[in-house]
Design a protein around this ligand. Structure first.
Ligand code: GRG
Length: 303
């Protein structure tokens, strides 16, 4: 196991994330100015600039840094991952999907702008993501830009996020097995996180073998994110609401604690964080610190 004590003491993940998120927000603001027709651009900005954690863009910037690439090289792919994420949230919230009223602390896009505009805002963000990478990735070799675009397209298409969403919609109200549960998470949430890390590495100048290490790292933290979410769903209910534990065990949603039991779910989370850390073992400690701490933060978060 690598000795990261020294790096751990020096590295402040919260500050790192806040500083990167601030730069991402500036870039997103510039990427979608209000112009004619105003309504669609206001609708896009409404969801895109709403307060989110910016995990995907920060992951792209941190992966690029690992290969000594600078923020300017990775900012277009970083912004693209947030545009794709936000378009998926807008469409996921629609009445024909989850029918949600609130997102990121404000009314959902269709609640604020109407269903027709919300669908179009999602569509516009989807195409802008690709245009943005193609048109703005200056200083990056064209073949790397094409490589990144191809990764992004695959990650959100019918072999990626859409595949996960389709399986999720199909399994609503049913108890699915571990294999299906993992498929849904890996595709619905994992593939875009994976693309963020992979694209950051690609524009940062990584070779194919290193790109695959970043893919595997991100795949582990993507799944970890979901497993921890499921665990918190069970444990939070008892402590925070003062009610009996196991809200999640009683609902009809399939979760890791439900299929594995709480202890085994925790063991699985531990395995995933070790796997993610293992992928970073060969890299420079200081450069890998953000990615290393991001994995630990996801594993140990309390809400
Ligand atoms: C990609 C063409 C295309 C369509 C989208 C609707 C749909 C198909 C997919 C749904 C994907 C979805 C909603 C996945 C859930 C992802 C998830 C874990 C959201 C929460 O992410 P956070 O915690 O949220 O990073 P913030 O708001 O902080 O960004």
């Amino acid at each position: 196991k690598r000795d990261t004590t020294e790096v751990s003491e020096q590295f402040k993940l919260k500050e790192y994330m806040a500083e990167k998120a601030r730069r991402v927000n500036d870039a997103l603001d510039r990427a979608v100015p209000v112009r004619y027709p105003e309504k669609i651009h206001c609708s896009m900005r409404y969801s895109l600039l709403a307060p989110g954690k910016r995990v995907r863009p920060v992951l792209a910037l941190a992966s690029c840094e690992l290969f000594r690439g600078d923020d300017a090289a990775a900012m277009p792919v970083a912004c693209a991952t947030e545009m794709l994420h936000v378009m998926s949230l807008i469409h996921d919230d629609l009445p024909c999907m989850d029918n949600d009223d609130l997102r990121r602390g404000q009314p959902t896009n269709h609640r604020a702008f109407g269903e027709d505009t919300a669908i179009l805002a999602g569509d516009a963000l989807l195409s802008l993501a690709f245009e943005h990478v193609a048109a703005r990735s200056s200083g990056v070799a064209p073949e790397r830009v094409v490589w990144a675009i191809s990764e992004l397209g695959n990650a959100v298409g019918s072999e990626g996020m859409v595949a996960g969403q389709v399986m999720d919609v199909e399994s609503q109200g049913k108890l699915v097995d571990l294999r299906v549960l993992e498929y849904i998470h890996i595709h619905k949430t994992g593939r875009l996180l994976e693309a963020a890390a992979v694209c950051g590495a690609i524009v940062g100048g990584a070779d194919k073998a290193d790109v695959e290490k970043l893919r595997s790292y991100a795949r582990s933290i993507g799944l970890l994110f979901q497993v921890v979410d499921d665990i918190l769903d069970v444990t939070k209910t008892s402590t925070e609401l003062g009610k009996t534990a196991g809200k999640d065990l009683a609902s009809d949603k399939t979760t890791y604690p439900k299929l594995l039991g709480l202890d085994k779910a925790r063991e699985f989370a531990q395995t995933l964080v070790q796997k993610a850390e293992g992928e970073l073992a060969g890299f420079d400690d200081a450069r890998a610190a953000p990615l290393y701490h991001l994995a630990r933060y996801i594993a140990h978060r309390q809400n």
